[in-house]
Design a binder for this molecule. Structure first.
Ligand SMILES: [Zn+2]
Length: 275
């Protein structure tokens, strides 16, 4: 499922190939994947407009037109963004395409149709209406903001990390990696963490997400490029901890599978496994 690092790479693709381009035509191939406008309305709002910026907020990509209107993409379970020459037919699973005057095309692929493209009058209106918390990689989301987001919440730390209304960008996969790097059990109550542990978790969060971006999250060779000591390549039934070799354990939470090392990430209340 595309999380912050994957969406950051889609953003860079859109910035490289879409920003500064004039939209010649909007092709809505699946009206069910579009919210906030009708296909004809979207065409009216974007046609002949220049794309001014490609931004990201958490797991959402925001393409902003010259009049500040935005098309915001949620990528659902396996959506993506594709750039190429204007295709006929459009790429497989394309639900919405922006055709540029120069002949290129950005295609929003949404295979299972779980993601959505939202039209909104501006990025700030979209973020407000979606009730998104701050983007976790924004410099303004500092240790003080992170500490405040965790304070007073007794839910499992994994749930809090993934709560987009408190901090936007982290999903199931990267929550597991961040907790592994911080050596915290996913069920640890958020409000039980002392400042030293919060600080360790904060550093793990920033560095895991940045490393995943730097290694090209989502690309074919991504897993091979990750530094040694990342859980991701072993994050499956039958995997082994890259630090200590213990078999990785699976836990179900909200219908989704999580993975952790029972030795490096001992259950709350037991003695923590430190170096
Ligand atoms: Zn371990």
């Amino acid at each position: 499922m595309p999380e912050l690092p994957d969406v950051e790479l889609f953003r860079r693709l859109a910035e490289r190939h879409g920003v500064g381009e004039v939209v010649a035509k909007v092709e809505v191939l699946d009206p069910g994947s579009l919210e906030g406008a009708t296909p004809a309305g979207l065409q009216r709002r974007l046609q002949a407009r220049t794309l001014r910026s490609a931004r990201r907020h958490g797991k959402v990509l925001l393409l902003e037109a010259a009049d500040a209107a935005v098309l915001a993409f949620h990528f659902g379970t396996n959506g993506s963004l594709h750039y190429g020459p204007r295709g006929d037919p459009a790429p497989r699973f394309a639900r919405l395409c922006l055709d540029f005057a120069t002949g290129g095309q950005l295609a929003y692929l949404n295979p299972r149709r779980i993601g959505k493209a939202h039209f909104a009058p501006s990025a700030s209106v979209f973020v407000r209406d979606e009730k998104l918390g701050p983007d976790v990689l924004e410099p303004s989301f500092d240790i003080a903001a992170f500490t405040a987001a965790l304070a007073g919440r007794k839910q499992a730390i994994k749930v809090v990390l993934m709560d987009q209304a408190h901090m936007a960008g982290i999903g199931n996969i990267y929550a597991d990696e961040i907790l592994f790097q911080a050596r915290l059990h996913p069920a640890t109550p958020s409000n039980s963490l002392d400042q030293a542990v919060i600080s360790r978790l904060f550093d793990a969060m920033k560095s895991v997400l940045q490393t995943a971006i730097d290694c090209g999250a989502g690309a074919e060779a991504f897993i091979d490029r990750l530094p040694k000591g990342f859980l991701l390549p072993e994050r499956h039934v039958g995997g082994h901890c890259p630090r200590c070799g213990t078999p990785i354990e699976q836990e179900k939470r909200g219908g989704r599978s999580g993975y952790f090392c029972p030795t490096c990430q001992p259950a709350p209340g037991t003695r923590p496994g430190e170096d």
